[in-house]
Design a protein around this ligand. Structure first.
Ligand code: 5GP
Ligand code: ZN
Length: 114
């Protein structure tokens, strides 16, 4: 996907602040953090939304959550609490159509569904 922002970021064609990288995922700091810890975990494979995940991608999804758990631990929020969330399409406010898992923590998070 030549035009995809997060494809460019995962390939380091655009700058970002790296948190973790391996052959399957790239994790980096969100440019507009919603909390003291706000990391985005992207698969290197282009998948537009969670709706586009196939059965063959189940190990990748599980792996993204495994990375989230480790990032939360290394960021010092694992015990106090954090959120690991995927926004899907317009009603959830998805703005970048390359699958990404937000890891958000470091402050008390409200939960209203809004
Ligand atoms: P979404 O709303 O699609 O779930 O989340 C997209 C996230 O990507 C937002 O939190 C937004 O701040 C972040 N973002 C958008 N553009 C960039 C960028 O160029 N670099 C980084 N690091 N984050 C970005
Ligand atoms: Zn992409």
């Amino acid at each position: 996907m030549d035009s995809c922002l997060f494809c460019k970021i995962t390939k380091h064609e655009l700058p970002s602040k790296a948190v973790y990288e391996d052959d399957r995922v790239y994790a980096f700091q969100d440019i507009h953090p919603q909390a003291p810890v706000h990391v985005l975990i992207c698969p290197k494979k282009h998948i537009a939304t969670l709706n586009d995940v196939g059965a063959e991608d189940a190990p990748l999804l599980a792996y993204m959550f495994d990375v989230a758990r480790k990032i939360a631990d290394q960021s010092g929020v694992a015990q106090k609490g954090y959120r690991a969330v995927i926004n899907v399409n317009a009603d959830a406010g998805q703005t970048v159509f390359h699958l990404h898992l937000h890891v958000i923590g470091g402050r008390k998070l409200s939960w209203s569904g809004d």
